[in-house]
Design a protein around this ligand. Structure first.
Ligand code: CBF
Length: 807
């Protein structure tokens, strides 16, 4: 689009919708008008894309995820449509700042953390690689809570992201379908002797899809993310004259469960899971039927991915739809189901491996429960004589009146993958070892990846510009080409440019910190960043123990030669996770104590930025010098902030956990700071049961002083929380081995302090991280999924910018 066309379109939209002239419009009207314009531009491509899939009979993947975390879409859509610069300069001509408009948009925060953000990076990459793929999830009325701090405590406020409407979505009422919950089911024998399920007294709800275009990077492809919202069907209206009952139904898609680590055990959550699974499967089968193909070809046209166990009911639901609604027999339906479905495991944390009580499943989805029982029965039968009884019992779906959802996903699909090499290995050797014995061919690894477009091109323009200048802009399409930067390792001018680009983002973040927290930080200090959900295994607390060490070091020796450092945290704790909330409180109180102690001479500062979300991540990540990836080895499945931070030139301090190991292999030992127990050493402790935090404490004066600070009044206002944390480390034997890893962590931190003083040395390390981040592109990850698991191929699309085609 030319500048004139953009202006003309904007003028028209402002007049039509708001009765305003361009010059009189405020940021909100401008944002919605620009959003509408962007949507109109992409709609044409969207229509072409799906028609193309239909006429070409392309096999498509449907990515089922209970969480998506896209963040804001305006700039990302402009970038992917190839009109970001044109729009920016057009707006500048009329004295409007694109950033101001972009800020009007609310983050679409329909996820908790890594899992949901991964799903959104995948959506971007699937479209950008020209792959036929769709998202399937829930359109929550309220996204992840907004976090505020009051007296250092986390306070959760509702996230009313839909208050002003969502400019990107299209409500597709004609594609709605009914989902049935509750009631009872019995088997009736027909005249021909066959058994048929009869379902009675069900509650029927209407699932209405809202579609959002997932725009590929300058390739003319627009895929669909379909999010389902619940409504009361017109035919059922009369039943709901009682407002309370009405709300019960409408609340089904009201809130995102703000807890990604603990099975909440709530009826609504189970109903949510079935709701989006059933609606998604029904709409896929409706589409497939339009193709007029035999059932046995279903797996040649459709792949369905189960992202973590929340959509595991895809297995029985697909069986139900194939058998009950389309008359297929069990064996045929099962064969198709296994071929169509695949599953990713995202955690080994026992509490996050979903198990549902049988009574609840029976109550919420009785027919689904029947099918699950039958899958279990047939599984146990089919394994007789092949595997030992104890293994069969350990791997079956139904155990102790619970349904093991991971077992359901593995048995009912053809592929199970982990999300980093170490994680996939742990699945095979320990966590899911029994299943690996049963189905070795089903297990594989797909290391996570990130969308460089958002995390570099959009989030970090100064660095992107330096890249263009040094290695040409080919990296924008092919992130692998970032590798070319290695040629500049010894080029002082290039290193200086990289340093200057980093400084720009650090200055911006310093201003943001001052604005939001009132804390003044120097952009010349090391910006040391830990951003992720607050969880004990991620060990934000160990970071704090080290900060307290530095605090005491400076107190003891005010002349100590420390490189000034700002420790920056961003993290939300699940509202029900009181220990994590206590950690937030103590970090905030310690921060207050440190930031207001003039005797520390600004050598250390601590900033906990509230309301960590995608947009805040886009501010913090480009400004980071140090990336904290310090989970206890074996606990973090992969991590993805580690990849985003390295891409932006932060150097990682890490345990050998998750994708940190692959990052270490990519950048080399000199460009990462590794410390701590290995996963084997951790498991040795488990086996030998010989870990004693008390013993470590008793023999270590430095740790005594640091831990005592939690209970002796050194850190003020934490009587309860300080004791709780102190006890967790000593009385309850320090579940995540913080004390064991502490000194090695402090040693690695000291090395960072030392190396940062040598600006050239540090910049070289930073450069090596940027240059090797291309290997962690989600484009590569989704291509691997497409080839190995989904068996889908890229569509032949027109690349608008270059007027060429890609395959
Ligand atoms: O695979 C994506 C991410 O998922 C989690 O956030 C999850 O919710 N299970 C893991 O904790 C991360 O390690 C992982 O990167």
């Amino acid at each position: 689009m030319t500048k004139e066309e953009i202006k003309k379109e904007l003028r028209q939209r402002l007049r039509d919708t708001y009765a305003l002239e361009l010059e009189d419009a405020g940021p909100v009207e401008l944002f919605y008008s620009l959003g509408g314009l962007v949507k109109a531009v992409s709609n044409e491509k969207w229509q072409k894309t799906w028609k193309n899939y239909l006429t070409e009979g392309q096999k498509q993947v449907y990515y089922f995820s209970i969480e998506f975390l896209p963040g804001k879409l305006l700039k990302s859509n402009l970038l992917n449509l190839g009109i970001l610069d044109e729009v920016r300069t057009t707006l500048a001509d009329i004295n409007v700042d694109l950033e101001e408009l972009a800020n009007v948009e609310k983050d679409m925060a329909l996820g908790n953390g890594g899992l949901g953000r991964l799903a959104s990076c995948f959506m971007d990459s699937i479209a950008s690689c020209g792959l036929p793929g769709n998202g399937n999830g829930i359109r929550y009325d309220y996204g992840l809570f907004k976090q505020q701090f009051m007296d250092g405590y986390q306070v959760e406020l509702p996230d009313e992201w839909l208050k002003r409407g969502n400019v990107w979505e299209i409500r597709r009422e004609s594609k709605a379908c009914d989902v049935h919950l509750f009631g009872n089911v019995y088997m009736k024998r027909l005249a021909n002797g066959k058994l048929e399920p009869v379902e009675e007294n069900q509650t029927t709800v209407r699932a209405v899809p809202y579609d959002t275009g997932m725009i590929g990077y300058q390739n003319g492809i627009v895929n669909t993310m379909r999010l389902w919202s619940v409504e009361i069907p017109v035919s059922e209206e009369a039943k709901y004259h009682n407002l309370g009952e009405r709300r019960t139904i409408e609340d089904l898609t009201a809130v995102l469960y703000p807890d990604d680590s603990q099975e909440s055990g709530r009826l609504v959550r189970l109903a949510q899971e079935y709701f989006f699974v059933s609606a998604g499967i029904q709409s896929i089968i409706r589409y497939y039927k339009k193709l007029n193909l035999p059932w046995h070809s279903l797996s040649e046209k459709i792949a369905i991915h189960i992202n973590d166990t929340h959509p595991a009911m895809c297995v029985p639901e697909l069986m139900r739809v194939l058998m009950d609604e389309n008359g297929l027999n069990w064996e045929f339906a099962w064969d198709i189901t296994v071929k169509v479905l695949s599953y990713t495991n995202h955690t080994i944390m026992a509490e996050a491996l979903e198990k549902w009580p049988v009574y609840l499943m029976k109550r919420v989805v009785p027919r689904i429960y029947q099918i699950i029982e039958e899958i279990d029965r047939r599984y146990v039968m089919s394994m007789q004589g092949i595997h030992p009884q104890d293994l069969i019992q350990r791997t079956r779906l139904l155990q102790n009146d619970q349904i093991y959802m991971a077992h359901l996903a593995i048995i009912g699909s053809h592929s199970t993958n982990g999300v980093a090499k170490i994680h996939s290995d742990l699945l095979k050797t320990i966590v899911l070892h029994d299943f690996y014995v049963v189905y070795p061919e089903r297990f594989n690894n797909k290391t996570n990846g990130i969308a460089e477009r958002r995390w570099m091109q959009l989030a970090n323009e100064p660095l992107s510009d330096v890249m263009d200048e040094l290695i040409t802009d080919s990296w924008r399409k092919a992130p692998q080409n970032l590798k070319l930067l290695m040629n500049y390792q010894n080029d002082e001018i290039a290193l200086k440019k990289l340093r200057e680009a980093k400084l720009v983002k650090k200055e911006e973040l310093a201003s943001y910190i001052l604005e939001t927290t009132g804390i003044q930080v120097s952009p010349n200090a090391i910006f040391d960043v830990q951003i992720k959900r607050l969880h004990a295994y991620k060990r934000q607390l160990m970071n704090l123990l080290h900060i307290l060490k530095l605090y005491f070091d400076i107190k003891d020796n005010p002349e100590i030669d420390l490189t000034p450092r700002v420790f920056i945290f961003g993290a939300k704790a699940a509202p029900s996770y009181s220990y994590a909330k206590s950690i937030i409180k103590v970090i905030n109180e310690a921060a207050d104590m440190i930031n207001n102690d003039a005797s520390l001479q600004d050598k250390i500062k601590v900033v906990f930025l509230p309301n960590y979300n995608v947009s805040l991540a886009e501010k913090i990540i480009p400004a980071a010098d140090v990336s904290e990836q310090i989970s206890l080895a074996s606990k973090e499945a992969s991590g993805t902030s580690n990849m985003k931070l390295m891409l932006n030139g932060a150097v990682t301090i890490a345990t050998l956990d998750g994708a940190n190991i692959e990052i270490k292999d990519a950048v080399g030992d000199d460009n990462i700071y590794i410390f701590g127990l290995t996963e084997k050493e951790v498991y040795n402790y488990y086996e030998n049961q010989d870990y004693s935090s008390q013993k470590i404490y008793d023999e270590d004066e430095e740790l005594q002083r640091i831990l005592d600070a939690f209970i002796d009044g050194t850190i003020p206002n934490i009587e309860f929380e300080g004791q709780e944390i102190y006890d967790s480390l000593l009385k309850f034997n320090d579940e995540y081995f913080l004390l064991r890893d502490f000194h090695d962590y402090a040693r690695a931190q000291e090395q960072i302090d030392h190396d940062y003083k040598d600006a050239v040395l540090w910049q070289k390390k930073s450069l090596a991280n940027i240059a090797n981040a291309g290997g962690f592109s989600a484009d590569e990850t989704v291509k691997a999924y497409a080839e190995d698991i989904w068996q889908i191929e890229p569509i032949f699309a027109h690349t608008e910018k270059e007027g060429t085609t890609n395959g």
